[in-house]
Design a binder for this molecule. Structure first.
Ligand code: MRU
Length: 347
């Protein structure tokens, strides 16, 4: 494995006219970046999970739009806007649940209606700002979340919400990073079947940063909580409804139910770009179903097999099971009581 640490690892690197995407399917054994020069390639990188994690998906899509402008403006300065609009529509089909994708595409789309003297430069600048803002938000959330962890002995996280899933630093993993700088905290990471974001990505990221972490099978979570080892479950989000209902990696809902049973608190950490103000509750969030072959043992992947798989990759945790939602604009305690709208006025 190539040696590197979190200060140098980035899921996405922008060179000015190429988007370099770290292929997360190959981690932690192989560290390789693929180069993308058009929106179609970026769409494939998102759909194929080379890049994943809600904020990173949004940032990649923004750079995908910038690449589209570079290409089409050079080819056809008279009609580039229609071609870029079509690429934006295509990028929007790459994955359905993370609202950061649609948020970032909407941000980029606003430029299409504006008079621009240098369109490529304007779109590149907007994508770079989305990327930089995400890192700044994560650092802020890291501090706010760590404030809530004062005195905590242990935390458990799920999926990967770190540098690999964002512009940098991470959401839930950013809080864990910040907390570990202040005090010793025992960090537990669930494997996160079936794609193993916890086992392959989270423990690797933390180890690169010198933060000790204990991996556990997802099915061991209840017993861990029963042991009294953890005070908080800390997770990210792919979409938060206005009432605080939260879509996140499959298994988050199970952890929240278990946490309630065992008196463990649940913290969701996400930038406000993850809040979908258009939906009042989680019932309208589309849950991505991925191919059953991602789950099935190879011997069952054949015509006429009697074994199929159900592979929803997100679930929805109701707000009443969440103790705190941490955003860069502030912390919402007990979101079931007040919802998220108090944060909207600042946006
Ligand atoms: O399918 P993935 O790996 O894209 O799912 C990622 C998650 O569910 C994360 O928890 C979420 O996007 C927050 S990442 C900061």
């Amino acid at each position: 494995m190539t040696q590197a640490n979190n200060k140098t690892i980035q899921a996405l690197q922008w060179t000015g006219n190429v988007l370099k995407v770290l292929d997360q399917r190959q981690l932690p054994e192989t560290l390789v970046y693929d180069d993308y020069r058009d929106a179609a390639g970026v769409m494939e990188a998102i759909a194929g999970m080379r890049v994943r994690g809600a904020p990173a998906i949004g940032i990649a899509a923004a750079y995908g739009v910038a690449l589209s402008v570079i290409l089409h403006y050079a080819e056809d300065p008279a009609h580039w806007r229609q071609k870029v609009a079509a690429d934006i529509d295509r990028l929007a089909t790459s994955r359905p649940t993370a609202v950061n994708l649609f948020w970032a595409l909407a941000e980029m789309k606003t430029l299409l209606t504006q008079p621009l003297t240098d369109p490529p430069a304007a779109f590149i600048a907007r994508a770079e700002k989305i990327h930089a803002d995400d890192i700044a938000a994560n650092i802020k959330m890291g501090e706010l979340g760590a404030d809530l962890l004062t005195g905590a002995k242990g935390v458990m996280t799920h999926c990967n919400t770190g540098t690999l899933a964002t512009g940098g630093y991470g959401t839930a993993l950013g809080v864990i990073r910040s907390a570990c700088q202040r005090q010793p905290v025992n960090v537990y990471a669930g494997e996160t079947r079936p794609w193993l974001q916890g086992a392959r990505l989270t423990v690797w990221e933390l180890a690169q940063d010198g933060i000790p972490v204990t991996l556990l099978a997802d099915s061991a979570a209840a017993w861990l909580m029963k042991s009294g080892a953890i005070d908080w479950v800390i997770v990210g989000a792919d979409r938060i409804a206005a009432n605080g209902d939260t879509a996140n990696k499959i298994g988050t809902y199970s952890l929240a139910v278990l946490a309630r049973q065992h008196g463990v608190k649940v913290m969701v950490v996400a930038p406000t770009s993850t809040i979908d103000w258009a939906i009042e509750n989680g019932s309208r969030i589309e849950i991505e179903q991925r191919n059953q072959n991602e789950l099935l043992p190879a011997c069952y992947i054949k015509k006429g097999s009697l074994v199929s798989a159900w592979n929803p990759v997100f679930d929805i945790t109701p707000a009443e099971l969440i103790s705190a939602i941490v955003t860069e604009r502030g912390v919402v305690l007990n979101p079931a009581e007040q919802g998220m709208r108090g944060l909207q006025n600042d946006i």
